[in-house]
Structures are given as structure tokens and as C-alpha cells.
Design a protein around this ligand. Structure first.
Ligand code: UD1
Length: 392
């Protein structure tokens, strides 16, 4: 269903981003609306949860995201402060713009904060990437996921197992739609623009010849509080990475949280090696190029588990669980936990045999955002027509 003119009383779709992993999910959604449903007004709202040049600005440029229409500029803080501040600043935005719905993506604090404000004001919440569960309530994102899904009116999922999770939590099936993975939309549409890894290293002041060894190189990211916030956990992980670097050079893109903790715990010597390239957080196109050219990826990121599956690059996930089981069942992901020997064995296996090949999951085809835009447009119009008095 398309509309020539969007009924003014229906209001815009407010699209919320807050932190780095939201940006690659929202970019294709905004583009799909602009290309296929130009009559529907969208407003891009940034909560300001991430704000650095490295964590924010570079990704906006790489992903060709428009400048946000509204920025709440909340910045960093404890979970309560950050979530509360987003809520406090978001409420007047709803009053001013009277949106037809609020569209949130992923599982960061901004996702939950904006959903909670919206539902209390009677504004429909649309959650993209719904239904993923690690079943680990110690993860802040798991709490954000469960609560956002409970209050969302419309839930778009990336893999079929998400529906089972939602049904178990009493969410009605008619609210759930399997559309595929918008993050993979971004990956596929940007792959040809990915920066060559050698260029990324040169620009950061490193000798790119380190990437040319027989085993090429591994990419590392670590940022989960459960891995990096305590010295007793971070130190053994860095020791294992040091051992891995003797087998193949590592390119380690450091999240600000991780960099700060390495310094705070006095662990810098462990990663001071010619075989470990320490980079600041990378732009989207740099990271895409680094991952696509890697022999393997070692990570605790949710996004990288999916991106490596789409790229066919072996991934060892340094976590005890994943909310994205399809990357293990069908993709290239192996859960190695924090056990040092399991990590070393996983690396050896990949170096000896090439690692899991995997296949690309259903609907990770570059068109998820178009499915969302089409379905959401129809849902909003139908709701609008049902709500109209019969005499009109
Ligand atoms: C947040 C998300 C996490 C996501 C991650 C990606 C939550 C609960 N967590 O975690 O799901 O995987 O983003 O990065 O929402 N900082 C900067 N510059 C910035 C932003 C943050 O230096 O632009 C530093 C600050 O010291 C801040 C710390 O990073 O205190 C953590 O930032 P925060 O947004 O609280 O959580 P992340 O660990 O980034």
C-alpha cells in the first residue's frame, strides 16, 4: 500500500539511534523509506549516547546517514543516569512532534529509554531486531531487549528462532514479523566501498607489511563489561591474545571502555607488541575491509558475529552465550567463552583447516529494510483508517 499524501494527523515516524551499533541498522531503514515511501515523513533522533568522532561522526559519514534532526546530547553515565536522562529529554520531543510511531533498533540503553517514554504516552513502538535472547540477565542489553519487546507494538525479527523466544514471553504472534537483518543490508550495500586493510594501517601510522604473513591476520574487538571491566578477567584475555599473536598478527580495534581499562589496570605491556596493532575505534568502511580480509575474527560483539557470518569469515566469540544462535547453527561463528585453551584451540583449528564455512541465513539478502518500510507503512495506514470515525 502506498500513499500520495501522508495524513497530517498521522505524524512522522521518529527513528531513534543512540550508540554505534544502531547506526548501521538505521541507515538502510531511512533509505528504504526515502526510496519507496517518500510521502511518509521521518525524523532522525540521536540520543547522544555515543558522541566521539570515532564512535559517532565517522560512522555517520561512512553510512551516509543524514545529520540528526534532533540530538538529545545525553552523553555517558551510569545505566540509571543515561537511561533516565534520555527519557527526560525525549518526552518533550514526543509532545512537540506527535509521531505516528517511534522506531527503535537493537538493544542499547537508548532503545529501552525511548520505548518506555513512548508506550506511556500511547505512541506505538516499533522494534527492529526483536526477540534475540542470550538468556543472561547479567548483560545490560538482555534486560533492554526483554523489556523493549514487552512494550513494542510491532516487532521485526532477524532470524526465525526469535519468534519462539517472544512466544515464550507471551507476546502475540500477530505483532511479530520476520523480515531479515538490516545490519546485513548495510554490509552488502557498502562492501564495494570497504577500505583496503593495508590503507587503514598505513593511515593509522603502522607498517602494513605485517598483514602479509602466511597466516594473514586476525581482527580483535572486546568491549563487553563482563570481559573488560575487571582486571581478573581482562588480564588473562590479553595474555591469550598475546599468545595468539605469536601465531598470526592481530589488529585490535580498541573501544574507549577497553582502552581506559587496560590503562587503569596497568596492562598496557601485555598488548605492547610488534605483532599486535592497536587501533582506535574504526570507521564502518575500515572495519568492513579489515574483517573481510581477515583469516579470523576474535570478538565479544553481537554485530561482528553476524557480519562475519555474512562475509564467510571464521569468528571465535569470547562469550559464554549468544543471542544470535543462527550464526552458530548456520554461520561461521564458534562460541569459545573466556577459556584460554579453548581460544587457542579454536585459532589452531582455523589456521590448520580454514575454519567453518557456513552459509548466509534466510533473508540476510540486503532487502530487510525495504520489507520493514513496506510493512510499517501498511500497518500505520490501516491503524489510521480503523481509528477514523465512520462518518469521515
Ligand atoms: C554501548 C551499548 C552496547 C554496545 C556498545 C557499542 C548499552 C547498555 N550498551 O556500550 O550494547 O555494544 O555501546 O559500543 O547501551 N565513550 C566514549 N565515547 C563515546 C561513547 C562512550 O569515550 O562516544 C566511553 C565513555 O567512557 C563511556 C564508555 O565509553 O563511559 C561506555 O559507553 P556507554 O555508551 O555507556 O556503553 P558502551 O560500552 O559503549
Amino acid at each position: 500500500m502506498t500513499l500520495e499524501r501522508w495524513p497530517v494527523e498521522l505524524g512522522p515516524v521518529i527513528c531513534v539511534v543512540g550508540a554505534r551499533p544502531n547506526f548501521m541498522k538505521m541507515a538502510p531503514i531511512l533509505r528504504a523509506f526515502a526510496a519507496h515511501h517518500p510521502a511518509i515523513p521521518t525524523l532522525l533522533l540521536h540520543t547522544g549516547q555515543h558522541y566521539d568522532k570515532d564512535m559517532n561522526d565517522r560512522l555517520f559519514v561512512d553510512l551516509r546517514l543524514p545529520h540528526p534532526d534532533i540530538n538529545l546530547e545525553v552523553g555517558s553515565g551510569t545505566h540509571a543516569v543515561q537511561t533516565g536522562e534520555v527519557m527526560r529529554r525525549f518526552e518533550p520531543v514526543l509532545d512537540a512532534h506527535k509521531p505516528s510511531c517511534v522506531l527503535v533498533v537493537g538493544d542499547v540503553n537508548s532503545t529501552l529509554a525511548c520505548s518506555l517514554v513512548s508506550v506511556k504516552k500511547g505512541v506505538p513502538v516499533v522494534h527492529v531486531e526483536a526477540g534475540l535472547r542470550s538468556y543472561d540477565r547479567g548483560m545490560p542489553e538482555e534486560v533492554n531487549r526483554v523489556l523493549t519487546d514487552q512494550i513494542a507494538d510491532l516487532l521485526y525479527t532477524t532470524e526465525r528462532s526469535a519468534l519462539d523466544n517472544l512466544l515464550r514471553e507471551g507476546i502475540a504472534e500477530e505483532r511479530v514479523r520476520f523480515v531479515g537483518n538490516v545490519m546485513i543490508d548495510s554490509l552488502l550495500s557498502n562492501r564495494e566501498f570497504a577500505h583496503p586493510p593495508a590503507k587503514t594501517l598505513s593511515q593509522a601510522g603502522f607498517d602494513p607489511s605485517i598483514l602479509e604473513g602466511a597466516n594473514s591476520y586476525g581482527v580483535v574487538t572486546l568491549h563487553r563489561p563482563s570481559n573488560v571491566d575487571r582486571a581478573e578477567t581482562l588480564q588473562p584475555l590479553l595474555e591469550v591474545l598475546r599468545r595468539v599473536s605469536e601465531k598470526l598478527p592481530l589488529v585490535f580495534a580498541l573501544h574507549p571502555r577497553t582502552r581506559a581499562n587496560i590503562e587503569r589496570f596497568g596492562l598496557s605491556d601485555l598488548v605492547a607488541s610488534e605483532r599486535i596493532v592497536l587501533l582506535p575505534p574504526q570507521g564502518y568502511l575500515e572495519m568492513l575491509g579489515l574483517m573481510a580480509g581477515a583469516k579470523l575474527v576474535l570478538t565479544d560483539s553481537g554485530g561482528l558475529q553476524e557480519e562475519t557470518t555474512a562475509l564467510g569469515v571464521p569468528c571465535l566469540t569470547i562469550r559464554e552465550n549468544t543471542e544470535r544462535p543462527i550464526t552458530i547453527d548456520q554461520g561461521t561463528n564458534i562460541m569459545v567463552g573466556r577459556d584460554g585453551q579453548a581460544i587457542i584451540d579454536g585459532v589452531d583449528e582455523i589456521l590448520a583447516k580454514g575454519g567453518k564455512r557456513g552459509r548466509v541465513p534466510e533473508y540476510w539478502d540486503g532487502h530487510a529494510a525495504e520489507r520493514i518500510a513496506a510493512d510499517l507503512a501498511q500497518w500505520l495506514i490501516e491503524r489510521h483508517l480503523q481509528a477514523k470515525p465512520k462518518s469521515e
